[in-house]
Write a protein that binds this ligand. Structure first.
Ligand code: ZN
Length: 308
């Protein structure tokens, strides 16, 4: 699942490539990807809007549109953006010829000259396509179909993004804030970090990496951490997210950047999906456990459950 670094990286790529462009038309190939408002309004209102800015809030990508509207995109498990240069056409014949395949795969994108290139594979599972007036196409691809794109008016941003805690890079995400919040939470620290009301944008990968960085066991109770441990954790969250962005995000299966490329942070993780490999710090083998139906990866040597 894309987390803050992956969304931030995409936001930066979009900022340099589509700000100023106009959406001439929008195609929705899977209706449920439109989360708000209804499909007819979405189709009507998104067309002929200029893209004025690109922002990120937590794991949400926000596209500001002319006329005081914005699109809010949550990629969930497998959602990605892909930007196609001009010269492609959309083949929707599966919709009438083979509805089951259509529902899984969506349309087929073909170069107008019929030649396939490196983009062809990445265009599969397109759920929504934004045609830009300069001939480019911005595709939202999503094999698992959990991703959602919503259209809101700017005045309702708080409602659209309700339930999000502070940004990890924001001035309100201080050590004091984290000490106070964790002291009143009785759940395990890994679970607490995944709660978007505590801090926005951290998911499984970066929670595991931040806990390793601070030498804290994922099952330690949040209210058992000392202020010194919370300080290390606070620093750890910021440093693993910063590195994640610098490396272009972490790709294991599905995450791709705007040009269909995998991120490089996979080569820099210490514990996430590293079970059975030796810890780079102490040599103990990394373990995987399951906490509240989510996997957690940690080093039993560096991250002890009982602190003496
Ligand atoms: Zn270790």
């Amino acid at each position: 699942m894309p987390e803050l670094p992956e969304v931030e990286y995409t936001a930066r790529q979009l900022r340099t490539s589509i700000v100023g462009a106009t959406i001439s038309q929008v195609h929705v190939f899977w209706e449920r990807t439109v989360g708000h408002p209804n499909l007819a309004t979405f189709l009507l209102e998104v067309s002929e809007r200029r893209i004025e800015g690109v922002r990120r809030r937590g794991k949400f990508l926000l596209l500001d549109l002319s006329g005081g509207l914005f699109l809010s995109i949550h990629r969930r498990m497998t959602g990605n953006f892909l930007l196609l240069p001009p010269g492609w056409r959309i083949d929707t014949s599966l919709r009438t010829d083979d509805i089951a395949t259509w529902n899984t795969r969506g349309p087929i994108f073909l170069l107008e000259n019929g030649i396939e290139n490196s983009y062809s594979r990445s265009t599969a599972y397109c759920r929504i396509c934004f045609d830009l007036s300069d001939g480019r196409r911005l595709l939202f691809t999503d094999p698992r179909k959990f991703g959602r794109i919503e259209l809101w008016s700017a005045e309702r941003e708080a409602e659209a993004l309700r339930g999000l805690g502070p940004e990890p890079f924001g001035s309100d995400f201080t050590v004091e804030y984290l000490v106070g919040e964790l002291a009143r939470r009785r759940v395990g620290i890994k679970q607490a970090l995944l709660d978007q009301t505590l801090v926005a944008g951290v998911g499984n990968i970066y929670a595991d990496e931040a806990l390793f960085s601070a030498s804290i066991h994922p099952q330690r109770r949040s209210d058992s951490l000392t202020p010194a441990e919370v300080r290390l954790l606070h620093d750890g969250i910021i440093s693993v997210l910063t590195l994640g962005i610098e490396h272009g995000g972490t790709s294991f299966n599905d995450y791709r950047d705007l040009w269909g490329e995998a991120g490089d942070n996979y080569n820099h993780v210490h514990v996430y999906k590293q079970a059975g490999k030796p810890c780079l710090r102490c040599g103990t083998l990394i373990e995987r456990i399951v906490i509240a139906q989510r996997s957690a990866h940690f080093c039993p040597g560096c991250q002890k459950l009982t602190v003496l």
